[in-house]
Design a protein around this ligand. Sequence first.
Ligand code: XMP
Length: 508
Amino acid sequence: MGYQTVVILDFGGQYKELIARRVRECNVYSVVKPGSISVEELTEINPIGIILTGGPNSVYDESSPHCDRRIFDMGIPVLGICYGTQLLAWSVGGEVAPCVTGEYGRTKMKVNPQSLIFEGLEDNQVGLMSHTDQITVLPEGFASVAETEVCPNAAVECPERKLYGIQFHPEVESTPKGKRMIRNFLYNVCGAKGDYTLRNLEKVLIEQIREKVGDSHVLLGLSGGVDSSVCAALLSKAVPGQLHCIFVDHGLMRKDEGDEVEAAFKDRDLHFVRVNAGERFLRALKGVTDPEQKRKIIGAEFVKVFEDESAKLPDVKYLAQGTIYPDVIESGDGKAATIKSHHNVGGLPDDMKFEGVVEPLRGLFKDEVRTLGRRLGLPKAFVERQPFPGPGLGIRVIGEITEEKLEILRNADAIFREEVVKRRVKAEQYFAVITDTRSVGVVGDFRTYDYTIALRAVRTSDFMTCEYAPIQHKVLGIVSSRIVNEVNGAGRVVYDITGKPPATVEWE
Ligand code: XMP
């Protein structure tokens, strides 16, 4: 992107993404690459610094990930973290061995503020440790600059060669001054200028889009989610009048959502096509109860509608996608585009012919995408949206999907979401599900036989695992009472208290 860049080399640690984000928070661009990167590729990237991540292995195992030792002779500053520091020391002549007692959790340590890495810090620090191996013999020219009760080499350095290693994890919040340590590495050792800011990022992305697209037309499948919405806003600013957004309203959106998407884009300089395909989807889903089959039908129907609509457009040369950086990291460089489209819109047809794909957000993390969206003037509700699955309410209606059940679900879900926001409940994702169970109730003197609504609210940082949100009983009571009183057809409310694993976030 033309920015000073720091390369994060991945050795299997769970925090690689976090390290990359911390570096960017310090206004330095970062990319994650496999630990096996070649010296040639590194030379091409021309980074101002390299960070080696942690990992679960032991450097002595033959199967453990190593890197080309020549990397340490390139003159590029290197910071090893956890396994990365052991790998660094071992690669340049030091020794690593199992600790007598491993260290786990927040650990007190003494650091040497004379070190460029700890500049400006007090000597008493706390760092998150998680290791069973440690450096036992320092490589030549290295000195220890931090120690804990059991680890004499909690941080090591060889300033002449610009090689640094930290046994603990500076990237996590449990290391209170960790961000300052990363910042020190970037600015004191790598000579960072801090040229990566979201203000100039918008300008850079717009220039890149213009250069790639020229005066051709671009097609984007807009779902109303954060990524595709920000992508649309950015493209319409970069190439006004050349963007065609197809918004397939499959009738499985939340209450009023279709209209909100339309309203957010109607005054922008793009061609917006909303396809109200609800009936078509319901027809295709009639009688279907199996979750996987529902997902497949919704995906296939989406493709058909998208194809039908795009065939009506003028000559469109580029397909835009809202792929973001975590998708790229997770699926391995180069494969992300297909995975994203599959995940988000049920898979776009392979045989649609385009001259190229435009993925302007491909290098950005979610929080950066949100900030960019705010800068581009998208409504707060859009930018801060919680995740919503591609198949929509289709996988939150258990059993056969009918318009009656969808209507009950939309109303119950809207009440729950309203109360969660109003009462400031802490949850990253929250929604209602309509079960296929009806139960007997009594309203006034009459018997009722209505659907059971399940509420789901989860706390999670990555949606790969989650805990149920411990919502106060009082709040659950208010939501339950509102749903059974205000929503026709809802007769009972239950709260899902299962974590993932073993349950998943969605019910289907
Ligand atoms: P699960 O149910 O697998 O969900 O625990 C994890 C996260 O992914 C979302 N999800 C989807 N998102 N297309 C999407 O774009 C899908 O088909 C899909 N299925 C689940 C879910 O809402 C949660 O945030």
